[in-house]
Design a protein around this ligand. Structure first.
Ligand SMILES: *[C@@H]1O[C@H](CO)[C@@H](O)[C@H](O)[C@H]1NC(C)=O
Ligand SMILES: *[C@@H]1O[C@H](CO)[C@@H](O)[C@H](O)[C@H]1NC(C)=O
Length: 291
C-alpha cells in the first residue's frame, strides 16, 4: 500500500474518534474458513452486472426463463444484510419468478436458479473434500411463495442430472403430504426429510449444510436473526457421489400432474420472490465451519 494512503487512513481513523459499535447494521458472523465460491453481492453491484460473465459472480446464462435476463429476475430489496453480510460490502438480493420463468421446454416448472461462476458440472472444487454452503433467507410478503406448491431453493444436483445430493425446500412436498407446508426442510438424496424448521416471516433465518464428499454425510446448521449457527443434525449418512453443481434460487413445481417437468398447474400473473443474503461456499477441511 502507498505510504501516503496509509497515513491518510490513519489520520481519518484518528479524526473519526471512537466508532459506535452499532451505528449501522454490520455482520455479526465472522467467516473463519477459506471461501471457495462467494455468492455475496457487493453493494456496488448493479442489476445488469448479472447479465455477463465479466461482471457477474454467477453464471449469467443459467438456469432461468429463456426470454428474460438475470437483471429482470434479481431485485435489491430494502432490507438489512444477514449475519454473514458486511453492510459496507454486501447487500441482500431477491430471486423472483414470473410467468416468464420457463427454462428450455420445462413448462411445468417456474424457475430461476443461480450457479456460482466456476462451479463446473464436472471437477468442481465444490464437489470434493468437505464443503459447507451458507445462505440466509428472508420472506418477502409482497412476493410470498404459495406453500400449496413444492419449492426447491438450494440444492446440489449430480453431474448427470439424475438426482440431487440434497434439497433445501419449502411448501408442500409432492407425494409427502404428512410433512408440514410452512417449513424450510432439508431432504437427503432419497428425498427423505432430515430436518425442518418453521418459516419465519419477519426475520432472517440462517442455514448451512455441510457436504462431506469423503465420508458421504450431510450436516445441517441453523440460527435466526443475528444468532450464531448451531448444529441441528448429526452428520447423517448420504450418498454425495456424482459431482455436479449447486443451485440457489427458486424452482416451483406445479400441482395436479405426475409429469412435473412438463405439465401441471401454475397460477398466472405469478410474482413471487425470496430474499437471499450471506451466500457462500466454505471449505470445511479439518471440520472448519463458520458459525
Ligand atoms: C437496518 O438497521 C438499522 C440499524 O440497526 C435500523 O435502524 C433500520 O431500521 C434497519 N432497516 C431495516 C429496513 O430493517
Ligand atoms: C396457490 O396454489 C394453489 C394450488 O395451485 C392454487 O389453487 C391457489 O389459487 C394458489 N393461491 C394463490 C394466492 O395464487
Amino acid at each position: 500500500m502507498h505510504h501516503a494512503l496509509i497515513l491518510s487512513l490513519l489520520a481519518s481513523t484518528a479524526l473519526a474518534g471512537p466508532r459506535r459499535p452499532h451505528s449501522h447494521a454490520v455482520a455479526t458472523g465472522e467467516i473463519k474458513c477459506p471461501i471457495v465460491f462467494d455468492g455475496r453481492v457487493k453493494t456496488t453491484t448493479e442489476l445488469t452486472d448479472f447479465d455477463s460473465y465479466g461482471t457477474s459472480i454467477f453464471n449469467p446464462d443459467y438456469v432461468k426463463g429463456n426470454d428474460i435476463k438475470w437483471s429482470q429476475i434479481i431485485k435489491f430489496p430494502a432490507v438489512n444484510g444477514s449475519r454473514f453480510d458486511d453492510a459496507e460490502t454486501h447487500k441482500p438480493f431477491e430471486v423472483t419468478i414470473s410467468d416468464q420463468s420457463i427454462f428450455q421446454q420445462q413448462r411445468g416448472f417456474r424457475r430461476a436458479g443461480l450457479q456460482f461462476q466456476g462451479d463446473t458440472n464436472s471437477g468442481s472444487p465444490g464437489s470434493s473434500g468437505i464443503k459447507t454452503i451458507h445462505f440466509s433467507l428472508k420472506w418477502d410478503a409482497q412476493r410470498a411463495l404459495n406453500l400449496s406448491h413444492e419449492y426447491l431453493n438450494v440444492w446440489h444436483e449430480a453431474g448427470d442430472y439424475s438426482a440431487n445430493q440434497f434439497n433445501f425446500e419449502a411448501g408442500s412436498i409432492l407425494g409427502q403430504s404428512s410433512l408440514a407446508r410452512d417449513t424450510w426442510k432439508v431432504l437427503d438424496r432419497k428425498n427423505k426429510q432430515i430436518w425442518s424448521t418453521p418459516i419465519l416471516k419477519n426475520e432472517w433465518q440462517n442455514f448451512a449444510v455441510t457436504l462431506n464428499f469423503q465420508r458421504n454425510t450431510l450436516q445441517v446448521y441453523y440460527s435466526k436473526g443475528a444468532e450464531p449457527l448451531k448444529s441441528v443434525t448429526s452428520a447423517v449418512s448420504n450418498d454425495n457421489s456424482g459431482q455436479g453443481q449447486y443451485q440457489i434460487g427458486i424452482l416451483k413445481k406445479p400441482t395436479g400432474t405426475s409429469d412435473v417437468v412438463n405439465s401441471g398447474y401454475q397460477q398466472k400473473n405469478l410474482n413471487e420472490g425470496l430474499i437471499y443474503g450471506g451466500l457462500f461456499l466454505e471449505d470445511s477441511a479439518n471440520n472448519c465451519i463458520s458459525l
